[in-house]
Write a protein that binds this ligand. Structure first.
Ligand SMILES: C[S@@+](CC[C@H](N)C(=O)[O-])C[C@H]1O[C@@H](n2cnc3c(N)ncnc32)[C@H](O)[C@@H]1O
Length: 278
């Protein structure tokens, strides 16, 4: 439906604005994303749309159309188990707090799962004064708006929670305004206030973080969208922001690549920083 030239223009724009590398076998996907973008911009002509993006217009809509936002609560739940069993426990035992960064927050399921896990650790280890902060970023402003609302369809998420989490402690129920007999749930305000959502492009250079700023970084299921050089460069910048002894969680098909000599693996895609990158 789209010409090779149109697909290539879209491919170049995706790389330019987000670092997302779309290989030659992704033509069908690019076509679907262009359809989505045309609908979002209420435009029929793809060349008009591509020219507008090339001229610096509608960049946010373009990024939203080209990002893949698939996520769920407690995805790869062993990461959250490690976060309370090991990381939160150690911090509480040492009387310290935690600074956590969720670097590809999507629609909020990952950062809110982190918050529930840390709140749960307070109850579990009888540590009501356990202090933590959470920064959650994404490049896509649409998903960040969803994060801010913190509203989810209960029937889509009810299967996501491990047995050690009681969703009713963290969500308020509302009747669904459009679907009879169904619920929406909204993150309780007190919990929502504990996370700061910001737009951030992982391809940025330099990063706005101090060195060793974070105790924990989640960078899951986003590196897969970048080429290997960019993955390495993103990992190095995140790594600089992670303190020695801090934990890096990666997605199921991601690896620390050139960071491998500087980390110790302590579980499935769980890495502890053991020394600075030289
Ligand atoms: C598949 S979701 C992963 C969400 C979550 N981390 C998880 O594992 O469930 C990938 C997210 O990465 C974001 N993303 C893509 N390119 C990005 C970039 N250059 N900088 C920051 N975020 C980006 C997308 O907007 C999307 O929300």
């Amino acid at each position: 439906m789209y010409s090779a030239q149109q697909l290539n223009r879209a491919r170049q724009l995706a790389y330019l604005h987000s670092g997302i590398a779309l290989s030659d076998n992704k033509d069908i996907m690019i076509g679907n994303r262009l359809d989505k973008l045309k609908r979002a911009l209420q435009q029929e002509n793809v060349d008009t749309v591509l020219t507008a993006i090339e001229n610096g217009n509608h960049i946010e809509a373009f990024i939203s159309a080209f990002t893949t936002n698939k996520t769920n609560f407690f995805r790869e739940d062993f990461h959250f188990e490690d976060l309370w069993h090991r990381v939160a426990k150690q911090a509480i035992d040492e009387g310290k707090g935690l600074k956590v960064y969720s670097s590809a927050a999507s629609t909020g399921e990952e950062p809110y799962s982190i918050l529930m896990t840390l709140e749960n650790s307070k109850h579990l280890f009888n540590a009501p004064y356990f202090n933590y902060s959470l920064l959650a970023t994404d490049i896509d402003t649409n998903v960040l708006a969803h994060c801010g609302r913190g509203i989810y369809e209960w029937n889509k998420i009810e299967g996501d929670f491990p047995d050690w989490i009681k969703p009713s402690e963290y969500f308020m129920r509302r009747t669904h305004p459009e679907k009879n007999g169904e619920y929406l749930v909204k993150i309780k305000e007190a919990l929502g206030r504990k996370v700061k959502f910001e737009q951030f492009n992982l391809m940025s250079n330099p990063y706005p973080f101090k060195s060793s700023e974070f105790d924990v970084i989640f960078c899951r299921n986003v590196l897969i969208y970048f080429n290997q050089d960019d993955q390495n460069s993103i990992l190095k910048k995140l790594f600089t922001a992670l303190r020695i002894g801090g934990t890096l969680y990666l997605g199921h098909s991601e690896s620390p690549l050139t960071l491998a000599p500087y980390v110790e693996r302590c579980g499935q895609n769980i890495f502890i920083k053991v020394k600075e990158f030289a």
